[in-house]
Ligand binder design. Structure first.
Ligand SMILES: [Zn+2]
Length: 100
């Protein structure tokens, strides 16, 4: 179980200094169909590549097993400038909680 505090003092890339920030988990955000990743996937679906797209994602071989943890989509909001930013290296955890 990974617990992170809701309010943290972190570096803000907009202010270029450490400020008080709130964290929230971004959920139910649909992927943009114009992103590079989505266009690549669509191109593979249209043209075909090997056995892509897979019939069942669970059958994909990923070193023998599918990962039970997932990358968490976090967004930090700076109280000083009001802008939000996302960390480059996402936290990977099976169980995740934001403490009040
Ligand atoms: Zn800021």
């Amino acid at each position: 179980m990974v617990k992170i505090p809701k309010e943290q003092r972190r570096y803000c890339p907009h202010c270029d200094e450490h400020t008080e920030q709130t964290v929230k988990e971004v959920t139910n955000r649909s992927a943009s169909p114009w992103s590079k990743k989505a266009r690549k996937r669509q191109r593979k679906i249209d043209n075909g590549y090997g056995s892509f797209p897979y019939e069942n994602p669970a059958n994909r071989s990923r070193g023998g097993s599918n990962p039970t943890s997932g990358k968490k989509d976090l967004e930090f909001n700076c109280k000083e400038c009001g802008k939000s930013w996302k960390p480059r290296n996402a936290i990977r955890a099976a169980k995740f909680e934001i403490e009040r």
